[in-house]
Design a protein around this ligand. Structure first.
Ligand code: AP5
Length: 213
């Protein structure tokens, strides 16, 4: 099963993508996580991505597409994947479509997690992330068992630099301009489903599984 998660920053794409991946035994591929891992490792890709991420801007399409398509060639993607944060522009969607078509494949589902901007701003302020294993928490809605520590690997949790209020506004502007048009794009391909992302996490997940089944 090949699934795309759409939605604004902070909609809960990552939260749901991890659960879907676990449910179906397929990889969860987050371009944001790959960039952050490269940044942590001090690679040239990480340094390049940081210039854009810190400003709430998108990393250029050529860099992102090359990185993602390389990841999709790995053997664990053979039976499907959940893409989280990719595609984010029409050219990225076109590149993905072409690459899949070259091997007779296509996207099966594009799940749009719908959340209004005012809820997003509240969620970003409370999000805490583990840079080591990628787990995500919220200080009110999904707190870790021990404050400030990751439940999975025990590392210290951080607030992402791009979750600071001044950058969140820019990310939302970029989303509305460049990523929102993908909803219509996948609607035309007849693979789009919408879910109400303001509902509690378990309800959102149950709705998604119902749509995928
Ligand atoms: P990325 O890491 O992809 O960030 P994003 O899309 O902005 O998404 P987020 O990770 O911020 O949010 P999410 O929707 O996954 O929400 P989450 O589940 O964490 O990208 C970061 C940057 O990398 C980009 O700005 C860009 O620079 C670059 N980049 C990445 N991909 C790119 C691409 N394809 N092209 C170009 N550049 C790219 O949830 C948010 C919070 O809410 C959490 O605290 C969570 O616990 C909580 N929460 C989740 N669901 C619920 C719920 N139902 N109720 C209450 N709280 C909830």
């Amino acid at each position: 099963m090949k699934i795309i998660m759409l939605g604004p920053p902070g909609a809960g794409k990552g939260t749901q993508a991890k659960r879907i991946a676990g449910f179906y035994g397929i990889p969860h591929i987050s371009t944001g996580d790959i960039f952050r891992a490269n940044l942590k490792g001090g690679t040239p890709l990480g340094m390049e991505a940081k210039k854009y991420m810190d400003q709430g801007l998108l990393v250029p399409d050529d860099v992102t597409v090359a990185m993602l398509l390389k990841r999709l060639e790995e053997p664990d993607c053979a039976k499907g994947f959940v893409l989280d944060g990719f595609p984010r522009t029409i050219p990225q969607a076109e590149s993905l479509k072409e690459a899949l078509a070259a091997s007779g494949k296509h996207i099966d589902f594009a799940i749009n997690v719908d959340v209004p901007d005012e809820v997003i701003i509240d969620r970003m302020g409370g999000r805490r992330a583990c840079v080591s294993c990628g787990s995500t928490y919220h200080i009110a809605y999904s707190p870790p068992k021990t404050e400030g520590r990751c439940d999975v690997c025990g590392e210290a949790l951080i607030q992402r630099d791009d979750d600071k209020p001044e950058t969140v506004g820019k990310r939302l502007d970029v989303y509305h301009e460049q990523t929102h048009p993908l909803i219509e794009y996948y609607e035309k391909d007849d693979v789009l489903d919408n879910v109400d992302g303001t509902r509690p996490m378990d309800e959102v997940f149950d709705h998604i599984i119902e749509l995928l089944s």
